[in-house]
Design a protein around this ligand. Sequence first.
Ligand code: GLC
Length: 800
Amino acid sequence: MSATINSVTSKSLGTLSSFKKSTEGITGITSLGNFRVSLYSESIFRISISLEEHFESLSYSVVANPVEIASEIIDSDSTLQIKTSTTLLTISKNPVRFSFNTLDGKVINEDETFGTSWIGDQVTTYKKLQPDERFIGLGEKTGGLDRRGHAFQNWTTDAYGYGNGTDPLYCSTPFYIGIHNHLLYGIFFDNTHKTFFNFGASNNRFSSFSADAGEMNYYFINGNSVAEIIKQYTHLTGRMEMPPIWSIGYQQCRYSYYPDKEIYSLAKTFREKDIPADVIVLDIHYMDKYKIFTWDSKNFPDPKGLIQHLRDQGFHIVIMCDPGIKVEPGYETYDDGVKKDVFIKYPDGENYQGQVWPGWCHFPDFTNPETREWWATKFQDYVNLGVDGFWNDMNEIATWGHSLPENLEFNFEGNKATTRRGRNLFGFQMARSTYEGTKKLLKGKRPFNLTRSGFSGIQRYAAVWTGDNVSYDEHMLLGVRLVNSIGLTGIAFAGYDAGGFVGDANTKLFARWISIASLSPFFRAHTMINTRDSEPWSYGEEVESICRNYIKFRYQLMPYIYSLFYDASKTGMPVQRSLAINYTHDHRIYDGKYYNQYLFGPSILVAPVESNKELLKIFFPEGEWYDVYTGKVWQGNQETVVESPIHRLPVFIKAGSVLPMQPAAANTSIKQQELILHIYCGKDSSEFLLYMDDGETFDYQNGKSATRTIQMNGAQNKVIVSKSEGDFKSSYKKIKIILHGTNTDSVSVNGKNLEISYHLHSFFAPLEKYDPINEPDSMGEEKVRIATIDYTEANLEISW
Ligand code: GLC
């Protein structure tokens, strides 16, 4: 191997000339450039490699700082090593190449012969493909779960009506996880230029990551599990705050609901039809000719009255916020923006104009701190009207023609950069500005913020949805995979347009899509202008009752789901979990037959399936799994066929777990009286952290929350619910204990026997037949034992 692959076409880092220890690691000078290794924990190594003498210090993504870690530096003739309590980094000196190893010398990840090298401005790091290495992650990317053999690029794009193989889409999250030989690692490439990832596509030597320009700046994360790596990655890029609880209820959207009468009637219909919902979304037609921060006074003469009325019915409003500001002298936002000089410019100083909904527009430069401040204050009028939900759209930046000029100038916190460095960040920084601004204006209440585009770290500011999908089965399943993958990149609050955006759904498709989406983190039905109506009742009575069933099931699960969001806020763990998180080394989960399956939280297995399929081959991971409808127990570690009629999405609960639930209600703000503990007996054990707070303010950050650990000891037939920690007092008055899968006649709490009753239980109401002379179709029933006690914050030991 030559020391310095410096051919006419490609040059690499060369040999080590000297190195220096620093508090956080080392810096080195090579025959061609410079490198720096900084430690962010025992297991996070940041590698910066540059042809310049200085390293980039600005990152929009990373919120952690390097730390002084007890590490050993071992300098020998041919290598330089840094050893922490978990990881050994060996840097060969001639040529300079990086190899990350376990302490007992196994290779986790190592540079390929080409190491880090440049072709013109483009910088690439090549990594040796390890035997049977798999790659997961990269967020919003189409394709299978294992990305081996494929290549991707990150370049935020308005991908209207994208297909099953389209790349890139709206978000860029250059973070992936490599898996081989029971070893795992994560790589986060913190470079906002257009980036390329190759996981052994068209070659059998390397995986690689490249950027069009800028320096090589990546974080290597060593971890024993996918969950641990996500935790470390979100230590670097931050975690979400608790969302307002109403935002995880059902959201009804369309492009667009107007005039206001239609919205009054929509709200009324939800309540009359007993279908829970928390949000009605106003798409672009609430504005005056699509001008942001205005209202169409003809269709919405009294927005305050409308919003107040909806509030009284338990609805929140989410409004569309587009970044394009119409060039129209006399339009306040335009005039003010020009005056305050907040827009993206050409290099000659002229404000850029691109065409989007309102016509020719300027675009705020969200990489300018002053623009972010300016944008943030603009939300005052909305907040005064009672709006607390915001939807950041078209922020890739989307313009007609889809070719944002590359010579535009972004402020970049005063550092100036072109589109080539700024584009991937636009949506991320727009969402940041909207979130930070509205959070301040809402004075202690939590805003809900949704974005289409984002970059690594977006989880700190917004939920993400997967843009303009299409109303067909394949797209429904693609959306599931996208959300599974988005979750692997630290974004727990994600979802897709249920029912499909482009085109018309059909009866079965809509029913199935709502069923699946009810078990996804962000749950919203949406559809495009001039498409068929897509409310839960728009597809006939049978679909209406299927939708009601699943929406109600979600509302019953609210204590569980809300606790999952708490977990995300603490550890970055996604709410919708690709099976690669828990069953990383089981090759079956990567199979195209099963890669749509996921765990919704730790205990619910969802097997999404096309709307017209009545039978589905599924993979049950290890353990035992209860059919949620009938209580039938399936042995794990097997592939088998289950029934999947349109009214029964295959959903299973893990034996040995407890689901904290409550009765369904019209919306999430209704104070609940009864906590229901569904105990799924089995020999396995589990632990779940139940989290509660007021659901709407930031008081939880000052101790006003309550946590209780629910520990299931399956083998001993025992559940321990720890005493409530924290200052929040829940509204519960009773705890109902529902035991699944046992014939016991005795249940005790803290040693005292309880009276038990025997029930035929179902989470779902029977389906009315279209001809009422027929009996309704049961959704399935299960024999359970039920006991009820008064709610107490004290420790509870439940035995049976
Ligand atoms: C974009 C959004 C879509 C929205 C439409 C009109 O296409 O992705 O959700 O309905 O714009 O605002």
